[in-house]
Design a protein around this ligand. Structure first.
Ligand code: ARG
Length: 460
């Protein structure tokens, strides 16, 4: 058996069970690119600071290049007895170039190394998720663009409330996604500080240049406190919180589309390419992708809970518990990327059933609140108008008709303030036209919003 890199003081090797239990190579090998990147920067700095000769640096850099290629070609052998990605790469480098490799870990610990690698990994992950959010926004804005002028029932309590433009409804999700994207960028800015050089926990007495490595790796600056640098994982808590909020938004979208695809709603028809069937019921066509978007939000939220629970109660500084931080993060990132991709594909593959939507619009007295506003225009206090319209609605329920079917006489028996102008406020088309407040579903306002998004997302 090979001696451990840390094996100097040990007389015996670990048991098989301990090796199996403590390894992280089975998953942290995903950090290889960032680990190698960090090692290159670190070695270059050591050379500049007189801690490593130029020929040692040269063989280290060449060796790392070769290892990176081997990993990418699938030729690299990951060894469980070498524990984690950091020691696998360092030991492989020693196998490859010999003595110079032993200088690489000067003024470095796996504690600052892993925090550096993980931050770099998360930074890339954020950029990927951010791009996927933008892509989903593009898909939603295109869907809105294609459905100009379509009115749908707006709901509160899942009961029909007021008529809204379909574009307005869709753009609500685009807004949520914009905040999701913003949260990611906030997180990116906060995580982009460099732990490298914090070493095990206390820093070092060797003459390193932390600004140089920080700059080389694209960080804003070195982290100020070495103990904080190796022990905190708030950057992943923040990333997983941002992912969880995005997941919740996508889950709501999923729920709506599943509902809208039902026979009962019938608002949308997903194309075959985003639907799946039943193994027993031959007639079935199910919106499974969006059900799974709803379902997978559970694991994204769960990943955050794992991380929060992992970090609570840990004393400073590094603790091996922190090795458990990777899998939930990898899972959360992979899951949210899939959710975003599938949601965008679903958006690109649904058709709105305009006839069906149109046919359902008369139900639910969607114009009742607009009618109450009419009475405000007529000088009545809103609460009084509310009561009058309530009575008009009761009459409609009794007669099984809509507000616009009541005669002026009928309106006047409820209150004499009604005049012919009332019909200008009734029916969903008229009702929607009356909205004019900032951020409302009024057509001018929605057209404005759509225009803003089209230019913001470069869709012109
Ligand atoms: N595999 C470890 C992790 O992911 C690396 C740091 C280990 N440090 C240590 N002193 N055991 O956290």
């Amino acid at each position: 058996k090979e001696a451990k890199l840390w094996g100097g003081r040990f007389e015996k090797g670990v048991t098989d069970a301990v090796e199996k239990f403590t390894e992280s190579i089975s998953y942290d090998k995903d950090l290889y690119k960032h680990d190698i990147m960090g090692s290159r920067a670190h070695a270059t700095m050591l050379n500049k600071q007189g801690l490593m000769s130029s020929s040692d640096l040269d063989s280290i850099v060449k060796g790392l290049d070769q290892i990176e290629k081997q990993i990418e070609n699938g030729e690299f052998v990951w060894r469980r007895d070498r524990e984690d990605v950091h020691m696998n790469i360092e030991a492989a480098l020693t196998d490859l170039i010999g003595e110079p490799a032993k200088k690489l870990h000067t003024a470095r610990s796996r504690n600052d190394q892993v925090s550096t690698d993980f931050r770099l990994w998360c930074r890339d992950a954020i950029d990927t998720i951010h791009a996927r959010i933008k892509y989903l926004q593009v898909a939603l804005v295109s869907l809105a663009k294609e459905n100009d002028g379509v009115i749908v029932p707006g709901y509160t309590h899942l009961q029909r409330a007021q008529p809204v433009l379909l574009q307005h409804h869709i753009l609500a999700y685009v807004e949520m996604l914009e905040r999701d994207a913003g949260r990611l960028l906030d997180c990116r800015a906060r995580l982009n500080f460099c732990p490298l050089g914090a070493c095990a926990l206390a820093g070092t007495g060797l003459p390193i240049d932390r600004i140089m490595t920080s700059d080389a790796l694209g960080f804003t600056a070195p982290m100020r406190n070495s103990m904080d640098a190796v022990s905190d994982r708030d950057f992943v808590l923040e990333l997983l919180s941002a992912n969880s909020i995005t997941a919740v938004h996508l889950s709501r979208l999923g729920e709506e589309w599943v509902l809208w695809a039902s026979e009962e709603f019938g608002f949308i028809t997903p194309s075959d390419s985003v639907s799946t069937g039943s193994s027993i019921m031959p007639q079935k066509k199910n919106p499974d992708p969006m059900e799974l978007v709803r379902g997978k939000s559970a694991r994204v939220i769960g990943d955050l809970m794992t991380l929060l629970t992992l970090c609570k109660g840990l004393p400073l500084a590094y603790n091996r518990d922190l090795q458990e931080d990777k899998e939930p993060v990898f899972d959360s990132v992979k899951t949210i990327i899939g959710m975003l991709e599938v949601s965008a594909e679903f958006a690109e593959n649904i058709t709105f059933n305009l006839d069906r939507i149109q046919k359902t619009l008369p139900a639910g007295h969607l114009d009742a609140t607009t009618l109450a506003d009419y009475l405000v225009h007529k000088g009545l206090p809103f609460r009084t108008g509310h009561d009058i319209v309530g009575r008009a609605v009761a009459l409609c329920v009794y007669k099984s008709c809509q507000l616009q079917d009541l005669s002026l006489d009928e309106f006047r028996t409820i209150n004499p303030v009604f005049d012919q102008g009332v019909y200008d406020y009734l029916g969903v088309e008229n009702s929607v036209k009356k909205f004019s407040s900032h951020g409302s579903t009024g057509s001018e306002c929605v057209a404005d919003q759509l225009k803003t998004w089209i230019s913001k997302l470069n869709l012109e």
